[in-house]
Ligand binder design. Sequence first.
Ligand SMILES: *Cc1c(COP(=O)(O)O)cnc(C)c1O
Length: 370
Amino acid sequence: MDNKQITVTAPLLPGLEEFNTMLKEIWDSKWITNNGQFHKQLETELCKYLKVPYISLFTNGTLPLITALQALRITGEVITTPYSFVATTHALWWNGIKPVFVDIEESTCGIDPDAIEAAITPKTTAIMPVHCYGKPCNTKRIQEIADKYGLRVIYDAAHAFGVEVNGESVLNAGDISTLSFHATKVYNTIEGGAMVVHDAETKKRIDYLKNFGFADETIVVAPGINGKMDEMRSAFGLLNLHQVDDAIAARQKVAQFYRKELRNVPGVRFFDDMPGVRHNYSYFPIFINAQEFGMTRDELYFKMRDNNVLGRRYFYPLISTFSTYRGLPSANPENLPVATRIANEVICLPMHHELTQQDLERVINCITYK
Ligand SMILES: *Cc1c(COP(=O)(O)O)cnc(C)c1O
């Protein structure tokens, strides 16, 4: 039997010939970075595709997080989720900001709005939620709390490329949203990322900040960083943008199959689509109740590995358990009961645009034959 490795994701790759044609153009122009032609074109096309007013491209998804905090001059304490990729909290740490972890909601794995208010202190300046797995946070509730206490909201929207609620981009919520275009994400530019902002002035300031703070040849307005995206990856990104809808449609079919096959398996929980939401099917997490399933999450995870089916335990361990953060009062597991439990239940099943029917059946067989 075919036992090839099934990975949790596969990078969306443009056609090599098309990419070569664009590379030839770059070579001819001799303009390889610093807001070149393809960079400009990608910003324009992304604004249109994502239905957002302004976007600023970055060289990865971590720098826009770090830069957003700089741009809004966030200091003191920021309320955030421990159930994410480490970059979310690292971005705070790199700005000398104290992360304050609050628990998540079981229904979305996003930050629990009910827990936010209790964590606010006079030092709190912002909230940094994550649209985990691309499932939209309760942006309305979060904004109400932010408005009541005069806080900024920066969304780590690394998972939420193309996600819409009632026809509106989820990226328009809060003060700033950031995206990652890393190879493992739904949409990639190899490495890459972006920041979504609401007005031209902020976009201008972000563009200075990602280019060392240069406003023109001789004027440096702030201690900026180098976060610029180059022409090669902008071209790669343009080609991928033209096929990302097909990739999302293929992922949706995978999700539909998994749901059909797992619907009646005791001890296996998963998410259904949310009403009014355009999902991007970036991940397919399942949550194992060991008692009902008859096997622990880790037993299943390693059994899958033995069968060359590579799920991933996103997000385990919680960020709050890493050595940098575990001494913080808010990192106490008693403060984070839902996140702590879910981190021990989750496996993200293989989810990408190239999975075959045979692949999918192998994944399901690992789960259903015990
Ligand atoms: C991938 C990811 C990032 C970091 O993006 P990079 O492009 O790898 O720097 C940040 N936050 C979340 C939630 C992510 O999944």
